[in-house]
Design a protein around this ligand. Structure first.
Ligand SMILES: [Zn+2]
Length: 171
């Protein structure tokens, strides 16, 4: 099960999927930082309408799809994983429902790893994107897996999270 949570609600466990995590977060601050909300230029996505944000975030994930696919492959339906970012309804201004990239990541997991259940929490259960599954959105952005793809057998992509950030900086 994947739990989509906020740092505030899960301060002691989980993996940060934010570009940076608060100092008080007791979970893993770095391993999944590459899933943070960036554009293809590596810069934070700021001041965008939700639809444009979604498009640009998916474009970013498509750019690093080798790493995203590698991560999706590693998910296990029976292993709990908590993904955390900053966003909560309380912190958010301007939208009555939650506008947060962890929701979009949940949609990606549901689309590409339908065997892994996703639980939207801490506001993510009430998303700003009403077409919640966004089928095909990532494919439009150039992200796809073969229809007959076997997650269990292909472990050929070994990726290092640590070097990824440096690669962005050099782009
Ligand atoms: Zn967020």
């Amino acid at each position: 099960m994947i739990y989509l949570r906020s740092f505030a609600a899960s301060p002691h466990e989980g993996h940060s999927i934010a570009r940076w995590a608060p100092s008080w977060f007791g979970g893993d601050r770095y391993a999944l930082r590459f899933l943070g909300a960036r554009g293809v230029d590596g810069q934070p996505l700021r001041h965008l309408e939700p639809e444009e944000f979604r498009t640009k975030y998916y474009e970013y994930l498509a750019m690093i799809k080798k790493h995203v696919v590698g991560w999706l492959r590693q998910l296990e339906p029976d292993i709990d994983l908590t993904l955390c970012c900053w966003c909560t309804p309380e912190r958010q201004k301007g939208y009555p429902t939650l506008y947060c990239h962890r929701i979009l990541l949940g949609h990606i997991i549901e689309e590409y790893r339908s065997d892994v259940p996703v639980k939207y929490m801490d506001g993510a259960e009430n998303p700003v994107w009403t077409d919640s599954k966004a089928p095909g959105a990532l494919k439009l952005a150039g992200f796809s897996l073969p229809a007959d793809y076997d997650y269990r057998s292909d472990w050929s992509i070994h990726y290092t999270f640590g070097g990824l950030e440096d690669n962005y900086a050099q782009r």
